[in-house]
Each structure stands twice: as C-alpha cells, then as structure tokens.
Write a protein that binds this ligand. Structure first.
Ligand SMILES: *Cc1c(COP(=O)(O)O)cnc(C)c1O
Length: 365
C-alpha cells in the first residue's frame, strides 16, 4: 500500500515531551515541572489580556508594533531588529529554518534545551552534541565541534535543564572563536533571573556583531506562558531573512496587550526574581544537607534546580515518590538525565513541601 512518506529526518525526531500537570492517576498536584512563575502573572497584564475579549473577530497587528516598541524602550534596542514568535520556541525554529538545511551541522551542548535538536532535525541538518563539563557548558568543547559545515550554535544561558551559567568572559571567548559564517544563538529564557550586572553580554554582542541572535521569552519570569510570546534580537540582515518564514499572526491581540503591560510592571518582575533567588538558595542548601543520601544540587542561576541522585534512592524512585506525595517534577531520561530531577522553584509552601518530601523519601526525616 502506498502512503505519503514523511521525510526521513522528520522520523529521526524524538517527540517533545512537555512537563506534566497531573499524576498517573489523574490527580492535580503541585506542578513543579515546567518552570512556570509560581507567583502567577502581573495583575496589569491580566487586565490587559481581558481587554481584548471584545475583538475576537479581528486579526492582530502582524508586525506586533506595540510589543516591539515597548521591548525596545525597556531594553534600549532598535524595534526594527526585534522579531517575535509563538514563544521563543518559534524564534529558535526560525533560526534553523533560515540558516541550516541538509548537510549542515548545528551544535548544542549535552544536556541542552530539547528544542534545539528538534529544530535542527526538522530542517534536515545534523545535530552535533558538545560534551559538558560537570553538566555545564564547556566553551572549548563547543569550539572543538565547529567545522566549515557548522551553521548554528545554540546555547541556553542559563541553561535548561541544568540551570548552569556561562559568564560573560566565556561567552565572549565563544563568540571570538566562532567563524563569521556561524550564527550564535544565545537563548536568554532565564536571563531575567540573573542578578543585576551578572548578564552574559549576549545582548551587547547581538547589538554589534553580524552573527549573534539573542532570544527572550514572556513565558518565564513574566508569567505569560499561556500566551506564547517570545522574541529575538540580531543584526538587521538576520532578522530580515528570518521574517520571510515567520507565521504572520502568531502573537494574539490579547497577548500583545498583556506583554506590553507585563513589561510595564517591573515591580512584579523584581518581586519574582527576589522570591526565586531566596527559595532557590534555601532549596539548594536543603539538598546539600542530603549529601549523605547521594543527593546533589547542580548550581543554578535559573528558576529551577537540577537535583542529582547518586546514592541508594534513584531519581526515578524519587520522581514516583514525589508524585505520590503531591509534587510533579521533571525526570528527563530521554535527555540522558535518568539520574536527575529538575525541580521548579515554587511558592514558599511548595518549595518547603517538596524539600520535606525528598527528606522523607531518602529516609532523612
Ligand atoms: C522555557 C524555555 C524557552 C521558552 O519557551 P517559550 O516558547 O518562549 O515558551 C526557551 N528556551 C529555554 C531554554 C527554555 O527553558
């Protein structure tokens, strides 16, 4: 029987598995599996979102002008060089779709963000995985992977699922070591969680270099994951090329208004950052106290902590045990992390609760 045949590189893609929100038996419990904002969304953004309810028959502004202008004013950027997408996931895909194809190579790090491999394979390019250095990005290993076929290097900084961070001098060294034909994509989904002055310098590079794309999102600290809004910043020639394959209306009217209002409520952003920093430090310390049981927290600069299980209790046992106790976290065997759980920093109650549940599971409580 003949049937339409998917391209072979499409069948090479392992489907993306999103964070779960219910247990195996369907109970709705604390969701610490998708790095969402436990404090919700800015009230101003909710109101702005609701204001669009009477305009459902209208197409949104395809250029997203109000969002690009507000982003530009907030971060001192040129609005013409901002491209938005249906989440920054779309922007990451646009980069691969514009700059890579069959025969080309796309580099990302071991324990990198799952979307990079999908984006590379989708366009028929060959994924190249650079070895990590104790779960963190190893710039020398990335540079050693570069060939004349390399088209893109994707680096999430801070990285997901490890939470690790490559500081400014390392990113500068990476950029300096890349040939001009390679696009460096710096995924800043968690950049807002960094302390002031801790930034990796990626945006400054995107402003001046011809081969750097920085991506950002409203899904994490701004608490707008449901609306799917991300954006990218690069040289005008890069943005102009990517626009050719962009979906024209992927940012809704409600989403555009919510994003503008969210940018205007920096108090909410600062409050979230402070909450996250406090409870991330507390939670990492608590994990440190379980070192005798083989638990270890990978140092994180993001809104989650990767906990490694190197003792008698395995990550899988802890994953199932936490689910029983009412906490869904992320176990990532498909990404080579069968020994770890990525746990989002939740509310104070959730964070205390998941720490206590882990203590009980390893017999330390
Ligand atoms: C969450 C996340 C994104 C953002 O995804 P959106 O499509 O903007 O919701 C991008 N990169 C990384 C590394 C992430 O963890």
């Amino acid at each position: 029987m003949t049937a339409p045949q998917p391209k072979p590189w499409i069948m090479g893609i392992a489907p993306y598995i999103p964070g779960r929100s219910t247990t195996d038996d369907g109970r709705k419990v604390a969701k610490l599996s998708s790095n969402e904002n436990p404090l919700g969304t800015s009230p101003a953004a909710r109101d702005a979102f609701a204001s669009a309810a009477g305009e459902l028959e209208r197409y949104p502004d395809a250029s997203g002008a109000i969002v690009r202008e507000t982003i530009a004013a907030t971060y001192d950027l040129d609005p013409a060089r901002i491209i938005y997408g249906n989440g920054s996931d779309e922007v990451l895909h646009l980069a691969a779709g514009t700059f890579a194809g069959p025969g080309d190579e796309v580099i990302f790090v071991h324990y990198g963000f799952a979307v990079y491999e999908i984006a590379a394979r989708r366009v028929g390019a060959t994924p190249v995985i650079a070895p990590d250095k104790d779960y963190a990005t190893d710039v020398d290993a990335v540079l050693a992977c570069v060939t004349e076929r390399t088209r893109i290097v994707y680096i999430a900084n801070p990285n997901n699922p490890t939470g690790t961070f490559a500081p400014r001098d390392e990113i500068a060294r990476l950029h300096a070591g890349l040939p001009g034909h390679v696009l460096l994509v710096l995924d800043h989904a968690y950049a807002e969680y960094l302390d002031a002055g801790e930034e990796d310098g990626g945006m400054a590079l995107a402003k001046t270099a011809a081969n750097v794309l920085v991506t950002r999102t409203f899904s994490k600290i701004f608490g707008l994951a449901a609306e799917r809004i991300g954006w990218g910043y690069a040289h005008a020639d890069i943005i102009e090329a990517m626009h050719r394959i962009r979906l024209p209306f992927s940012m809704t009217i409600a989403g555009q208004r919510a994003a503008v209002a969210a940018l205007g409520d920096q108090a909410f952003v600062n409050h979230t950052r402070a909450h996250n920093a406090r409870w991330r430090a507390w939670f990492s310390d608590e994990i440190g106290k379980l070192g005798n049981a083989g638990l270890r927290a990978v140092p994180s600069k993001a809104n989650f902590v990767l906990v490694l299980f190197e003792g008698d209790v395995t990550a899988e046992q802890a994953y199932r045990g936490l689910m029983e106790k009412g906490y869904i976290v992320r176990w990532l065997p498909g990404q080579g992390l069968a020994n770890g759980l990525r746990i989002t920093i939740g509310t104070e109650d959730e964070t205390r609760g998941v720490a206590q549940a882990l203590r009980e599971l390893v017999g330390a409580a």
